[in-house]
Ligand binder design. Sequence first.
Ligand code: NAD
Length: 315
Amino acid sequence: MRILANDGIDPVGKKLLEDAGIEVDTQNIPQEELASKLNAYDAITVRSATKVRKELIDACPNIKLIGRGGVGMDNIDVEYARSKGIFVENTPAASSLSVAELVFSHLFNGIRFVYDSNRQMPVIGNTEFAKLKKKYAAGIELKGKTIGIIGFGRIGKETAKVALGLGMDVLAYDIYDFPTTLTLDLTAGIKVDVPVKKATLDEILTQSDFISLHVPFIDKPILGKEEFEKVKAGVGIVNCSRGGIIDELALVEALNSGKVGFAGLDVFDNEPTPREEILKHPKISLTPHIGAATNEAQERIGVELAEIIIKRLKG
Ligand code: NAD
């Protein structure tokens, strides 16, 4: 049995597969060559780069499983593959904590102006040190502040847990009902149940010191001009979910007016070419869609994929 891990697989997952007697090929076959080469394998795993469309599925009747390391499956014709009896599975929970921790990278960055300091220090750090020291003097702490979480699924809940661990109050909003107690898994096996408060979107907007978005892609922004008018002055906004759910131009306007204090963005409207106004804005902390890109998440994804493949192909 042979599988092609066309976008790579973590070594731990690869070893699990090999120990189960499955040959793993990690060479990257270019998209245009897949139709002629993929049929030599029993399964393919991809991340977001490789596309598995109807034509490829038709050209490779030997394929029994398509595994997606990660969440979204927009690069796979899922229903078509399933209609042909092919298993299509992803690893939705493996990266939640990594994304949640990235939210706090942006928040810690924001409350102490680190994003700006890192841009200014190399330029004027040795000529205008005192000026910069004054500029970044009014930092704040996260403890005791309120974070509003929009979208209380896997990542929203992980974000809430980190916030609760830091002593923040959590307001959570989702279109579906959810349990209002989260179990924090602390060090030394200590577990603590902590409550979160259910809120409406309006309550999130008007009561939060920080707002973090964790919804799937939806066709209309959740935060736009109207919503920015309602937020607390100086709020910090983080988006590590999907581009398009914040109106970026309205965000720039709200940052310029001071209504929004800072923003942390991992995702953008037109990836991979985000707009200049966002990239150059002095009040935005930026990362290039790296929410799931930690060694731990990649290992969990690899292990989860391996377990799925072993269960489906050998179980
Ligand atoms: P999830 O499906 O577990 O949770 C999403 C939640 O959003 C659900 O509870 C759903 O009910 C809620 N929701 C949907 N529409 C809503 C709306 N209009 N208002 C309020 N809530 C709404 O998904 P998840 O695993 O938590 O992922 C959340 C987002 O993070 C997704 O967009 C995913 O693509 C993104 N993500 C980003 C990265 C990254 O690298 N930055 C990595 C993984 C996932």
